[in-house]
Design a protein around this ligand. Sequence first.
Ligand code: SF4
Length: 500
Amino acid sequence: MTESAPIGAPEGMGCHSAADMAAAASAAGNAELMDRFKADYPVGPHDKPQSMCPAFGSLRTGLRMRRVATIISGSACCTYGLSFVSHFYGARRSIGYVPFNSESLVTGKLFEDIREAVHEMADPQRYDAIVVTNLCVPTASGVPLRLLPSEINGVRVVGIDVPGFGVPTHAEAKDVLAGAMLKYARAEAEAGPVQAPVSGRSDRPTVALLGEMFPADPVMIGALLAPLGLAAGPVVPCRDWRELYAALDSGVAAAIHPFYTASVREFQAAGRAIVGSAPVGHDGTAAWLAAIGEAYGIPAERVAAAQNAFLPAIKGALAGAPIKGRITLSGYEGSELLVARLLIESGADVPYVGTAAGKTPWSAADRDWLESKGVVVKYRASLEDDLAAMEGFAPDLAIGTTPVVQKAKAMGLPSLYFTNLISARPLMGPAGAGSLAQVINAAIGNRERMAKMKAFFAGVGEGDTAGIWEGAPNLRPDFRAAHQKKLDKAAKAAKAEEMI
Ligand code: SF4
C-alpha cells in the first residue's frame, strides 16, 4: 500500500480518451455504472474533464471527514497528482494507495491486493469507515469494488468508482461519495437504531443542506429558519459518519448546490422533500423561505413573518454595497447561478453565466430568474464557451476559472478567480447581501492598472518571444519555411495513404 511501479493509463487512454475508456468499462462489467453516470451527470459538448481530475472532489470530501480512511486504486501518475493537490489544499491525513501493474490488473490480483489493504486498515479504534476509490484505469478494467466486504470489524467499507470518463467535474465527484455514504447510512438506519450525531440532535425539525458552503452560510441559514420553527441540519458532504443519519432524518433537504443527484436520490428514497435554489439576495431568500414553508406545511402567515424579518435587511445591505459594471461569470463549483443573482441584485450587469455543472431541477428557479433578467445561462459550459462570452461581451470584470482569468489578464481585463475569491465569501441571507461588493468593485477599479501592465509586457512571452531569452530570439524564417514544407509533405503523404 505504498510506492511501487504501477503502470500509467495505457498510452492515449486517460482523461483525454473518454469514449474509449467508457466503452472499455462497459465491456469489463461496469455497463450499469456507466449508465448510472450518464443519467446522473449527463455530459455536455465535451466528454472529458476540462478542469482538475474529478476524483479530487470525492477525495477531498473523504479526507475532510473525521475517522474516515481513504485508499486510492489508480495509476501512479494520477495518484501522485491527486495526493499533491489534496495536501496542497491542507489534507492532514495520509492517502492509502494500492499500486498495480499490467499483470495484477488483468489477473485480478489488484482486487485481492485492495481487499488485503482494506483488511489491514480496518481498525475500529481509528476508523468508522474506509473509502476505496477506483480511478480511471481500474474502473475501465472493471475492478469490482462492490465485491469488497461491506464491513470489517465494525468499520464500514465504501467502494466508489470516480473515473474522468463518467464523472464530468470534481464537484459532481463529491456527490458520488456523498451519495454512496448516504446509501450506506440509509440501509443502516432502516435496519435498526443508529447513533445520534456527536453534536446531539436538534429539538426542532431540520433542513439538511446539500453542498459545501462558506462556514458562516449554514449558520445564517439556521437564523433564517428559526422563525419558521426549524433548524439547519447537517451539511452534506458531512464531516462525521453519524451526521449522515441526522441528515437523512431531516424532513427536507435543501439542494443549495444543485448537482447532488445521487444524494438527492437517497433523500427521496428516505421520503424527504427536496427544495432547490438558496436564500440568496432579496428575491432568492423570499422564494426559498416560501418553498421551505410549503415543504414543511408551515402556515403562510408564519412564512410571511419570517420574510418580513429578513427581507428589509437584505434590501438595505444590497443598496448599501452597490456594484456597477458588466460582469461575465463562470465556474465549476455549482454556485455560479446563485452568485449571479446576488451580483444582479447588487446592480451589476451580468450578461453571461457559465457553469461546468449539469442542468438539474434544483437550479431551475435560479435559471428562470436569471433568464427573466436577460442573462444567458449555460450549463456544462466549456472553456471555449466561457472565453467566447468574455470576448464577446467585453465585460468590466471576468469572474472565472484559472484559464479564463489567465486569458482575461492577457487581454488586460480585470478578473477574479471564482473558487478562491468568490466561493470564500458568505452568500446567504443578510450576511451574503453586499458581501461581494468590496472585492468586485476593487477588481473593476483595476482596469487602468491592467492596461498599463498589458502595455508594459506587450510582446513578452508571446509567439517568438515565449520562453527565456538572454538576448533577442535568433529567428530563422528560412529554417521555419523549410520545416513547414516537410510537415506539409508528410501530411500529404498521410492523406494519400488514407485514400488507398
Ligand atoms: S484518474 Fe483523473 S488524472 Fe487520472 S486519467 Fe482519470 S481523470 Fe485523468
